[in-house]
Design a protein around this ligand. Structure first.
Ligand SMILES: *Cc1c(COP(=O)(O)O)cnc(C)c1O
Length: 396
């Protein structure tokens, strides 16, 4: 039975590889951090993790996780509503709501699940979802699982959003959905204008703060802080897998009745396991660290500004960003791959992206800054960019 299918898969895999799109894993044998060790013993400076606040290997989080491992054991072996809710899960939900200034929170195993389970319980064929064209895959999948009528607007294009909202006036309820930060350019959703249009056309707003929580806004409360709109969007989703410790877990936070309905009907919550207590405990510690001090955010913002200023001064073409994502534009697909691998030879881990991941002729190297980086790490990275950039004629 398998022979024909095997042949089919082998051909597909070969064509993926020939197109240069085959994904290969790079094995790391050290904890995640600014400096990592690879399986072959080589060390590298990591500029492609979502470890924005450097919490992935933070001693206070590790201690909190150890403590919970001793006091609460390893796993819950249950979904939340049967017997998978511990005091630490409730505590973390409260803490996340405090952090964003929202009414209630529901935890999921991942933000992929939060987004997968947010639309279908709330909206049906009488309603409309108006979604940014560059929203994350998990939002696209979540929208597909829902019967609401779908509208799409060009990335952060407010004229197009207005047009889609006009077209959606016949529906009962309207929900505008956007990423807070878009992961390829690092640009921030224009939430002030989105909220104006939402008010004008009677729509609700959902923001996925996965790349912005902990990062954007002076105290890292995300795009609602950046635009001074805390508590003004109905739904926020986010991940514990990026700035918030980097382990695993996701959440939806927002209006009380919305969260309540998700607890009744959201399928990834009802039919998938509870996160381990040690992750919840470290999550509580993570929010406390941010409530007690702004040092990590300050350092991240300093690092981002430092890196971008020096890279621009060296002649690199950097996309405007308000996040910790810095797109170094090269435009040429081949060049982006050659440059990324030469940087890797210099011990700098970055990723080159090209079509279809980004638009045609918009190839780039994406650099992700972190509070884990010290100035010497940034200087080494910039020096490597300049060295390789000169070799390849990107800068003079
Ligand atoms: C990373 C990311 C997710 C997925 O988060 P996980 O917790 O890893 O599943 C969802 N949405 C956006 C915008 C993301 O960047």
């Amino acid at each position: 039975m398998y022979t024909k299918f095997q042949q089919f898969l082998q051909n597909e895999l070969t064509s993926i590889d020939t197109a240069g799109l085959y994904k290969r894993e790079r094995v790391i044998v050290s904890p995640q951090g600014a400096e990592i060790t690879l399986a072959n013993g080589n060390k590298a400076l990591n500029f492609c993790a979502n470890n924005y606040l450097g919490l992935a290997n933070n001693p206070e989080l590790i201690a909190a996780a150890h403590e919970a491992l001793d006091s609460h054991g390893y796993g819950m072996a249950s979904v939340r509503f049967i017997c998978g809710t511990g005091d630490l899960h409730k505590k973390l939900e409260e803490k996340i709501a405090e952090f964003f200034g929202t009414e209630d929170t529901i935890l999921y195993a991942a933000c992929f699940d939060a987004n997968g389970g947010v639309f279908e319980p709330l909206l049906n064929e009488e309603d409309a979802i108006i979604s940014d064209a560059l929203n994350h895959a998990s939002i696209i999948d979540g929208v597909r699982l829902c019967k609401a009528v779908r509208y799409r607007y060009a990335n952060a294009d407010m004229a197009d959003l207005e047009k889609q909202l006009q077209d959606a006036q016949a529906q009962r309820f309207r929900l505008i959905v956007t990423d807070g930060v878009f992961s390829m350019d690092g640009n921030v959703a224009p939430l002030d204008k989105i909220l104006e249009l939402a008010a004008k056309y009677d729509a609700m707003v959902m923001v996925d703060e996965s790349h912005s929580a902990g990062v954007v806004g002076q105290t890292g409360r995300g795009v609602t802080e950046l635009y001074d709109k805390k508590g003004q969007v109905e739904i926020i989703t986010g991940t514990l897998g990026k700035a918030f410790g980097g382990a695993i877990g996701g959440f939806t936070t927002g209006k009380k009745e919305i969260i309540d309905m998700l607890r009744q009907r959201s399928r990834p919550y009802l039919f998938s396991n509870s996160i381990p207590p040690l992750v919840a405990a470290a999550g509580v510690k993570m929010v406390e660290i941010m409530q007690n001090s702004n040092a990590l955010q300050d350092k991240l913002h300093f690092n981002t500004e430092y890196f971008i200023t020096k890279m621009k001064a060296a002649g690199f073409d950097i996309k405007p960003t308000k996040s910790a994502i810095c797109a170094v534009m090269l435009y040429d697909a081949k060049l982006s791959q050659v440059m990324a691998s030469k940087l890797q030879e210099e011990g700098i881990f970055v990723t080159g992206f090209y079509f279809p991941v980004v638009p045609k002729d918009q190839a780039r190297i994406r650099v992700q800054l972190s509070a884990a980086h010290e100035t010497e790490h940034l200087d080494k990275c910039i020096a490597a960019f300049i060295k390789v950039g000169k070799e390849l004629g990107v800068v003079s």
